[in-house]
Design a protein around this ligand. Sequence first.
Ligand code: AMP
Ligand code: MG
Length: 472
Amino acid sequence: MPQTDPSYARLPARFFARVAPVAVADPQLLALNLPLAEALGIDPVWLAGAEGVSMLAGNTLPGWATPIAQAYAGHQFGSFVPQLGDGRALLLAEILAPGGGRFDLVLKGSGQTPFSRRGDGRAWLGPVLREYLVSEAMAALGVPTTRALAAVATGEVVWREEGALPGAILARVAASHIRVGTFEYFAARRDTKALALLAEHTRARHFPLADGALGLLASAVAAQARLVSDWMSFGFIHGVMNTDNMAVSGETIDYGPCAFIDAYHPDRVFSSIDRHGRYAYAQQPNVALWNLAQLASALLPLIGEGEAGVEAASAALDGFWPALSAAWSARFAAKIGLASARTGDHALIETLLARMARQGSDFTRVFHGLADGSARDEFADRAAFDAWAVDWHARLSHEQDPQAVMRAANPARIPRNHRIAEVIAAAVTGEMAPFARLHAALSVPYEERPEWADLSDAPAADEAVTRTYCGT
Ligand code: AMP
Ligand code: MG
């Protein structure tokens, strides 16, 4: 039995709704993250057994669960929605891990709640396996993220635009599920008491060294700047950076229409609903800052009313670009073999990216191929790469061990869209072996292994997945 402490469920009743999961017909375990279970202090044998699976399906809960649906608001594509909330998810427990740390255990797809609006409260197998694979890949890459503990098939059908689909539930683990939109929820209601409680809860939980609401804001700004730099350094596009999908902790959350870029272009968009490119690859820093400005304005009553409050909040937001620039430069410098970035390196990196964009080179293959000389093969016009490589080699001559730096920064494998699509198509027919293979390969993304060579390939023209869906 894990050690638990329901600190969020102890907040006032208006923070959430107490609601139990809705039982499902025939739960079947699809995937289980044993190392994560152990790290949480959950007995893996129990979790894989009848009682554990019953909990993961939401059919019966152990005594230590205190299920709640959290209230939050959010700006969706720029428009404010004063009430969203967990419409198909429940926070089961906060687990105190034996090795330290507090983690939310959430079921996603566990049935309707008072926040479901017109939704059925469910998820289908595709997005559940997608989130499992991509969030675990992100963790293996070293990017702050929610984790996947388990995926369970419900034995029920879910109706979506595509028709009848197999239902599933994801068990997700996170530092917390406190979003920018959680603050907006109380700010919109002018509930300053609740805001103060939420700010203190969040500060103490994620940024214990921060001073008050202003310190919380500054810390959240720094954490998001680092996170977005991490995303960009792996070619990751979140796809739906609404304020309700931004965790204040600085973890990646809500893997909906996300995608890793294959053919690089800064304006790349995958999400079917992002018609104007609001959440395009290179827009992500701007959007993160826009979201943080919503957090700042929600926190204003705590930071201070009037001119002084606005100035203090603005100064905290001003920390974003320097933090982003430093993190971005460090990440991309390492990708081209530089132990640290110097003046001029930024331009060197930008030149490479511009040439990749012009030729639609594969993002992951170019960077991974810098260490072994195969990068130039990713350029239809090799001369464009060679010209850049002259400056690059000149710069590398000042470095100690650029090969090692590059190998640690550039994965051989990322979760490619067409591979995820294959895995889901197989899983729908009951075949989980492709999932297991892809999951295993993504758990050691920096290791080159001949048996997984196909997973490093860029999609052929007829394989490429160019659109991704929210999957609600
Ligand atoms: P998302 O686009 O997944 O971030 O979800 C936005 C909002 O819609 C959140 O409040 C979700 O809880 C809610 N939502 C999404 N899908 C469903 C569903 N199938 N049933 C109920 N609520 C949902
Ligand atoms: Mg969401």
